[in-house]
Design a binder for this molecule. Sequence first.
Ligand code: UD1
Ligand code: CA
Length: 449
Amino acid sequence: MSIQTVIMAAGQGTRMRSSTPKVLHPILGKPMLWYSLRAAQTVSDDLPVVVVGHQAGQVRRFAEGQARFAVQEQQLGTAHAVEQARPLLEGQAETILVTSADMPLISAETLHSLAEAQQAHPGPMTMLVAESDSPRGFGRVVRDDGGFVRAIVEEADATPEELAIRLLNVGVYAFEAAWLWDALRRVPLSPKGEYYITALVELAVRDGLNVQALTLANPEESIGVNTRVHLAEAAAAMRRRINTRWMLAGVTLLDPATTYIEPEVAIGRDTIVWPNTHLRGGTTIGQECELGPNTYILDTQIGNRCKVFASVLERAIVEDDVDIGPFGHLRKGAHLARGVHMGNFGEVKNSYLGPGSKMGHFSYLGDATLGANVNVGAGTITCNYDGERKNPTRIGDNAFIGSDTMLVAPLVLGENARTGAGAVVTKDVPSNSLAVGMPARVIRKFEKP
Ligand code: UD1
Ligand code: CA
């Protein structure tokens, strides 16, 4: 049976006290809405319909291409939000799944189970419920002896007995579509002046129809985000979920509580992650690596058996058997070939270091291309910027750059070229030559070693 999904995302999110729309607040580097979109996309062949309203432009811009949009000009409540999807969805599916963009932990599996439960159920709706001792302001679910739902009472309207109910409305529902589109027209205005989706329960009961409840297997999924306190809770739960997945896949996390792995990161087996390590964006890590402690890696590809200690890597490529740090910094376009050693206080930007090259101490390489087995002495700097242009430096295989060499680009150093300590190199150095001084001059030709 066909399914269509609706994600409610029009509310203002007043309690966030933010100029950013609530659903765009990030959890592990992705806007909350990203998680709802991803889960919804797995249950339907068609793109989810996101109901936008408050700061609609920004929300749309983020979700463009991943969703269709229904605009709710005025936020008149959750039933009114779903009503806005009618022109796109009425007559398009047997089952309508409704979820909220402020519930990022609802998993694809849960949405599947909910849709399946509804499709196997003769009644008009199945709602997701959670049992919990901390009600977090959720609507309380009133049931009859048969376990069927009679009503949802919002906290503000609940009697003391109702407040004691531990069964909570998670705010995710599957509806029989034809019934939904009819019943939405009959939702009454609440005392607060809104049209609540929760009123559909009482409408079903009044129609003499059974409302089914599906209990969340993992109550953590019900963490909804209304405040920044909730945001931190949701982020912590998401982090635990992702970290658990990687540990079960064969990755050692020495301290999962201080390990931050974003959802699109991939990590190979037998890699060990030390505390306070952040793996961000589209980062991929090979097998048997050792990362951290205190390491930040963004959008970087790392091969097998690499060690990265107390370093920052951004938009870089690192091949197998490389070790970096402590206090290394790879910036955009840094590419370290197999077996490169980069010791403390090195910075590399838009540069290639050939296999086996070494840069042990206090160096900056920018816009440079190094061959294999180049030794970059302590304190070597590529002076790549002349105030107007970024200029390239090329260094041949087996070159030996003396400590504290200034390489004033553009510059080419041939294979086996050498520079003396403190050289300020302003002219190309041919292969098999040693240049010294300030500015450096070639003093000697020598035979290839
Ligand atoms: C809602 C439920 C409550 C449930 C809780 C679980 C209602 C009336 N109450 O309360 O029973 O326990 O979720 O999280 O539904 N939205 C719109 N347009 C609107 C109003 C809201 O798109 O006019 C969106 C919001 O952006 C949000 C979602 O609907 O994504 C839920 O709205 P919110 O105001 O957060 O409802 P809760 O008070 O959390
Ligand atoms: Ca909410």
